[in-house]
Design a protein around this ligand. Structure first.
Ligand code: FAQ
Length: 313
């Protein structure tokens, strides 16, 4: 079929909300943008296991340990669904993982901050998973079929993650003076980095225009960030805590909360690899990958043996 005719079918599918599937013709740039975003998203899930994994052995009770363990395992699962979705676009998982380990691929800036106290587990669940959900609910309707379907299941699990985080903070906020202070301190440290998760402001977002036209993204970075601020301002009241921004104020005209300026220098510094934990995170990922080599080899040998038996039968 002629290129123009193929492009017409693709454009019509986008316009009529029909999903683009792996075997469909798609423009190269559409393939590349999806691959970039989905693989970055997968890397974020996998690197995102590290800050919380740090607290599994130090969780304050067996129940908290079991919940945190389940949450961190969920993140691994999310990474796997997303790597599988990205593989349908023609890049192998090995290539994606090498690119992460070589420091070439991006992952969310948020995971380059340290987890200093138990309250950070609450703040990550409430704020980080909360921000992730807003973005991911929109992605359940993204135009690339495998990505949209992966997001449906991920969102269900993320909403459990968010609630468990809020509950950790709720317990601390009803505790003694030290626990209340720990809760406030975690909110103070995670608030601004969580706002940065939505990406640069719309005027600086290089990919947004095209991604919105292709319906990969359905809402802009600033729209989602505003939705997040509006949601958190109400939720923090339940905790009896404060968001660390004196400029938060209801704007009757906009029907949204105004908020202070994000430190974009900090954001770009972290994205470029110079955040508080970037080097530590990549070193931990590389080490885990190297130490897991024998597991991958054993799994491959087992699969090959099973296949030989099936062929012989
Ligand atoms: N960090 O033109 P835009 C989670 C980069 S999952 C690092 O606006 P785009 C679950 C961006 O890649 C969290 N880099 O880009 C969990 C681009 O660079 P490039 C992850 C960032 O793609 C919870 C450049 O800046 N979620 O948390 C960031 O249109 C708890 C220009 O930006 C997703 O990945 C950033 N924050 O919009 C796990 C969702 N923001 O690639 C464990 C899917 C921007 O041109 C524990 N991704 N950059 O070199 C998206 O929705 C989009 O990719 C955005 C960025 C919204 C993140």
């Amino acid at each position: 079929m002629a290129a123009a005719a193929q492009e017409k079918i693709f454009t019509t599918k986008i316009e009529t909300e029909e999903k683009i599937e792996p075997k469909d013709w798609m423009p190269d740039a559409y393939r590349k943008t999806n691959l970039r975003q989905i693989s970055q998203h997968a890397h974020s899930e996998i690197v995102g296991m590290l800050p919380e994994g740090n607290w599994i052995t130090r969780a304050p009770s067996l129940k908290r340990k079991a919940i945190l363990l389940a949450k961190v395992q969920d993140e691994a699962g999310h990474g796997l669904y997303l790597y599988s979705a990205a593989e349908t676009l023609g890049m192998s998982r090995d290539e994606m993982i090498n690119s992460l380990h070589e420091g070439k691929a991006k992952y969310s800036s948020i995971f380059n901050y340290p987890t200093l106290t138990w309250a950070d587990m609450g703040a990550i669940g409430w704020l980080v998973d909360g921000a992730a959900i807003l973005n991911q609910v929109m992605l359940c309707r993204t135009s690339y079929g495998p990505y949209a379907r992966a997001m449906v299941r991920i969102c269900k699990e993320e909403s459990f993650h968010q609630r468990q985080g809020f509950e950790i903070l709720w317990v601390l906020s009803n505790g003694n003076a030290e626990q209340k202070a720990m809760c406030q301190d975690a909110i103070n440290r995670w608030w601004w980095p969580s706002l940065m998760m939505f990406g640069p402001t719309d005027s600086e977002s290089t990919n947004s225009d095209q991604s919105m036209k292709w319906k990969i993204k359905r809402k802009s970075n600033d729209e989602l960030r505003q939705q997040f601020v509006d949601m958190c301002v109400e939720q923090v009241k339940v905790l009896g805590m404060q968001l660390p921004d004196e400029k938060i104020k209801w704007n009757e005209k906009r029907k949204h909360y105004d908020f202070g300026e994000i430190d974009w220098n900090e954001f770009w510094n972290v994205v470029k690899g110079n955040g508080p934990c970037n080097k530590e995170r990549l070193a931990a990922r590389r080490k885990a990958h190297e130490e897991g080599q024998w597991v991958r080899e054993a799994a491959m040998a087992f699969a090959a043996k099973r296949n030989t038996k099936k062929t012989a039968a």
